[in-house]
Write a protein that binds this ligand. Structure first.
Ligand code: DGL
Length: 268
């Protein structure tokens, strides 16, 4: 077994939904997680900025010894996956393709809703990936930018979150979608309210679960006796990250380190 860790990054706490699924499937692997909390959100930023941040994040994880990198962020996956795959010499996995495959599999009536950040929806990455799998599928997309701060604040049961969900999701329901892709890794944090809003007949596709399944096709998963270690890094606000992370993961974080922007990994 290659003892180098799996590297995962996101703009903040959203990628922890991916971390959680990967941890379940790979109990013996070491995992390092980087949340770019100093620069969250990525959704409204320009493509070039998100590409630049993604390269810096991936280089940081490589400096920590990552043998594979999972981009646990749809916005980065949508615009930076190809660039990272070309630039870096380790496998890089994004969340869009696994989510598109899961959505195509889940839909019976060929009407799929996709929600994500402004960047992800503007890139049409899901639309293209789903159409590649089935040209007939109709895709209805909606950017839901307010979901990210609500998830970052941990407002998972608030009536305010429910009103925001009604505002974003009711128009999508007019199109009789039977499947909804949670095309942002922050959104599974709000899964209960989203499911309540769209109703039980709409299947939710969680890109966190899909990417963990995809990783099983790429990485061998040998059984050893020692549980894998977790290391968490953020670029700011470690106390806030710790608090929300504990709610998402239902456990306390063993090791959390703040990485100062401006250090060599950031500049290189
Ligand atoms: N969790 C991220 C995504 O999947 C990014 C959210 C953001 O920073 O705007 O797109």
């Amino acid at each position: 077994m290659n003892k180098r860790p799996i590297g995962i990054f996101d703009s903040g706490v959203g990628g922890l939904t991916v971390f959680k699924e990967i941890r379940k499937k790979f109990p013996f692997e070491d995992i390092i997680y980087f949340g770019d909390t100093a620069r969250v959100p990525y959704g409204p930023k320009s493509e070039n900025t998100v590409i630049e941040y993604s390269i810096q994040n991936a280089r940081f994880l490589m400096q920590q010894g990552a043998k594979i990198i999972v981009i646990a962020c749809n916005t980065s996956s949508a615009v930076a996956l190809k660039k990272l795959q070309k630039t870096l010499n380790i496998p890089i996995v994004g969340v869009i393709q696994p989510g598109a495959i899961a959505a195509n599999y889940a839909s019976q009536n060929g009407k799929i809703g996709v929600i994500g950040t402004e960047g992800t929806i503007k890139s049409e990455a899901y639309k293209k990936a789903i159409k590649m799998l089935n040209k007939q599928t109709e895709i209805f997309s909606e950017a839901c930018p307010l979901f990210v701060p609500l998830a970052e604040e941990g407002w998972i049961n608030s009536t305010i979150t429910k009103s925001v969900a009604d505002f974003y999701l009711n128009p999508l329901l007019q199109n009789e979608i039977d499947t909804l892709v949670l095309g942002c890794t922050h959104y599974p944090i709000l899964k209960n309210i989203i499911q309540q809003t769209v109703g039980k007949s709409v299947k939710l596709v969680d890109s966190a679960i899909s990417v963990a399944l995809e990783l099983q096709n790429i990485l061998p998963n040998p059984e050893v006796n020692v549980s894998g270690k977790n290391s968490f890094f953020v670029s700011d606000n470690e106390d806030k990250f710790r608090k929300i992370a504990q709610n998402i993961l239902n456990k306390s974080l063993e090791q959390l380190t703040k990485v100062k922007l401006g250090e060599s990994w950031y500049l290189s």
